[in-house]
Design a protein. Structure first.
Length: 358
């Protein structure tokens, strides 16, 4: 009898130990469920949820609840997938670089919508409940959070010959390939619809390019200067181009947020040694060089320069060590052209990225 009792007691202890290893130590702080078609990304910050749809249809029958605001300090958040047939991953932990945002990615590989349910766990302190002069209150179950309005889609397309393995880094209106293995990358070309924003956005590899050979390995965040990095493995053959297209949504200016007096008109980039002048007219540019030829010159227009005299315009240097300034404003006399000058002090050349607003 004593042996049986001892065995039962030992089994009970083992069962309790196993439960302690698999069960969360506390109740969930955030619960979400919804019907996903292809893909969805959840952004959780404070007690706010935004859902981004990189591809597929919108999330249906969404339901979520905050039992506690998300942490405003660096800590390890734990994810538990309660239901769902595809892949669910916690792609970003809350840090200062992402304004303490938790990011969860859902990838549903099969046709049709699938119900997904997740729970998030984090360490809650009493101070987190205090927001300003008001005490935070549980708002119960909610059904919104779809993040409307959504910005317009933008994209870039990169092409180049990759012998074995390379990483392509794209920032604003420039992309640069770095070989990790094999021969140097040749025939590198890139076309931007719009420059990558100087804000955190979700960048995805579009369409048939989304495979194991070409994938995004780093998203744009403040700590990396809002650059996206794409890894190409196994090459694409000596005589065949590697091609990928990146897509993202343009950021929306929040209601009540002050806007700049001038809107971005264009972004110019190039490698400069000495002094150059760039003439902008309509939606085209012409460069005058006093020194070495400009390398990797590229212009991306958001909109054409209008044919107006007395146009208010401004310029700012996003990258480059030298002096950049507007030397002529549009007028009837100069054919409504805007001219800016780049003076690089040397030695050698430097990469410049210049934004012109009007």
């Amino acid at each position: 009898m004593e042996n049986v009792t001892a065995r039962v007691f030992s089994f009970f202890l083992l069962a309790m130990a196993a439960w302690a290893q698999t069960a969360p130590a506390a109740s969930p702080k955030f619960v979400w469920e919804g019907d996903v078609d292809e893909a969805a990304v959840l952004y959780i910050r404070g007690d706010r949820l935004t859902v981004e749809i990189p591809r597929g249809g919108r999330v249906e029958h969404q339901l979520y609840r905050f039992f506690h605001p998300a942490p405003d300090s660096r800590q390890q958040v734990r994810l538990k997938v309660v239901q769902g047939r595809g892949g669910v991953s916690l792609t970003q932990q809350p840090t200062l670089d992402n304004d303490y945002t938790i990011v969860v990615s859902i990838q549903d590989p099969q046709a049709g919508r699938e119900r997904y349910s997740i729970e998030l766990y984090w360490e809650a302190s009493g101070d987190d409940f205090q927001q300003g002069a008001k005490r935070w209150q549980d708002r119960g179950w909610q059904r919104d959070g779809m993040g409307e309005p959504r910005g317009a889609m933008a994209k870039l397309t990169w092409r180049g010959h990759v012998d074995s393995e390379a990483t392509v880094e794209c920032r604003q209106s420039m992309c640069k390939a770095q070989v990790r293995q094999g021969m140097p990358v040749t025939g590198e070309r890139v076309r931007f619809d719009k420059p990558l924003p100087q804000q955190q956005v979700l960048v995805s590899v579009a369409g048939d390019d989304a495979n194991g050979n070409i994938r995004v390995v780093e998203q744009p965040v403040r700590s990396n200067g809002y650059a996206v990095r794409v890894q190409i493995t196994n090459g694409c053959g000596a005589y065949k181009e590697c091609v990928f297209t990146l897509t993202w949504r343009e950021p929306i200016v929040a209601a009540g947020e002050p806007r700049q007096a001038g809107r971005r008109g264009m972004v110019w980039s190039g490698r400069v040694s000495g002094t150059i002048r760039v003439t902008v007219r309509g939606s085209s540019t012409l460069s005058e060089v006093r020194g070495e030829p400009i390398g990797k010159e590229q212009t991306v227009f958001d909109r054409a320069l209008p044919k107006e005299s007395g146009l208010s315009a401004s310029i700012r240097t996003l990258q480059g060590r030298g002096r950049v300034a507007i030397v002529e404003f549009p007028s009837e006399k100069n054919g409504f052209s805007l001219v800016f000058e780049v003076r690089d002090p040397g030695p050698g050349a430097d990469d410049y990225v210049v934004e012109v607003d009007w």
